[in-house]
Design a protein around this ligand. Structure first.
Ligand code: SAH
Length: 343
């Protein structure tokens, strides 16, 4: 296992088994998870011998910035990281008045197959390790020299398809010995793997769960999202009720508006009926067109009408501010371009 993926207890056991004093675990852990070191050489008060022996069994994976694009519109930064095995992943930094928010990837590629998404076109390559998920946040924090206050797991990949690592990641990210990010400032987005939503609920984390709904009937949802062949909207909403009962946290539904596909007022009406009993928040996202597919975003007036309808029905709704449109902001676009050699 890579060094950044070891929990505090795992690190302590490892250091003790090397015959070293256990207080060294606190030092090393602090370097890794509070000071966010990216190179072993930066851990200056750790002896050379311990470092070498530790790294022999647990290499410190690199998070190399292969490419960086900054939006001229809103300062959003898109990072392309080169991983130790040569794979590349994307992360995004969004600067808000209330703080810095980082959107991370949870897998290299994705196997969920959503019709409008660029991340899934070449399928799943592999899960990211805990250290690679944390590393995206650490590397960005180091790059800008500022604290990160919010994290959203909404980049490439399906977090519930990398469940054990996500659970460990949540623990380490919100641990006071690390970045100590509040669970309430963490959002995990899923296309709706129902058994995993229930498992996550049982852990009683105080994080926000976002469900990518994108349709109001199973039939329409199946056209956009293959996962709808496995789980119905009803099964998802039942799991959402369970999640709320266990955690007391309201669900967010993400709804990407695709012109002429899922943006009618009738659909807004049905969406209201789905969201109302759950007191769910709805986040409308004008679909971000990708060149491999011919989906178009809804017209402004349709977006407005959709939103109005929801509001009239007493639903809490926001339209996602489009950030970084000029820098391939949509999931997986930049990685694809670089891999295929078009940039
Ligand atoms: N697999 C997870 C998280 C990654 S995607 C999930 O499905 O939720 C994050 C969000 O962006 C999801 O709601 C996804 O459906 C949406 N998305 C992906 N590609 C998009 C695009 N081209 N335009 C708008 N939203 C998109």
């Amino acid at each position: 296992m890579d060094l950044r993926s070891l929990s505090f207890d795992e690190l302590k056991n490892e250091i003790e088994s090397l015959g070293e004093k256990s207080f060294r675990a606190g030092q090393v852990y602090e370097w890794l998870h509070k000071k966010c070191v990216l190179e072993p050489g930066e851990m200056t008060n750790v002896g050379k011998q311990l470092k070498e022996r530790l790294l022999a069994g647990h290499p410190l994976d690199k998070m190399e910035i292969a490419r960086l694009q900054e939006s001229k519109l809103d300062g959003t930064r898109k990072y392309l990281f080169l991983l130790s095995d040569g794979n590349m992943i994307e992360s995004v930094l969004m600067r808000y008045h209330h703080g810095n928010s980082v959107c991370i990837s949870s897998q290299v590629g994705c196997r969920m197959g959503c019709a409008f998404c660029a991340s899934t076109i070449d399928g799943l390559v592999r899960n990211l390790t805990v250290g690679e998920m944390l590393g995206q946040i650490y590397a960005i924090s180091r790059d800008i020299g500022e604290r990160i206050s919010n994290v959203v797991v909404m980049g490439s990949g399906e977090p519930m398809d990398n469940f054990d690592n996500i659970v460990k990641f949540v623990g380490m990210l919100t641990d006071e010995r690390g970045l100590n990010i509040s669970q309430r400032n963490l959002t995990i987005s899923t296309c709706g793997l129902v058994p995993k939503i229930r498992e996550l609920a049982d852990m009683k984390f105080q994080l926000t769960l976002a469900i990518s709904l994108h349709a109001t009937t199973d039939e329409k949802r199946r056209e956009l999202m293959p996962i709808a062949n496995r789980y119905s909207i009803r099964e998802i909403t039942d799991a959402c009720i369970y999640y709320f009962e266990k955690t007391g946290r309201r669900i967010t539904f993400e709804y990407s508006l695709v012109g002429g596909v899922n943006d009618s007022e009738e659909e807004a009406e049905r969406l209201s009926k789905i969201a109302k009993p759950l007191h769910a928040h709805i986040n409308l996202i004008p679909v971000n067109p990708i060149k491999e597919r011919d989906f178009v975003p809804s017209k402004d007036r349709n977006i407005k009408a959709f939103q109005n309808k929801l509001e009239k029905n007493g639903i809490n709704v926001t339209i996602r501010r489009e950030m970084g449109r000029d820098i391939d902001g949509a999931c997986g676009q930049l990685r694809r371009k670089v891999i295929s050699g078009t940039v």
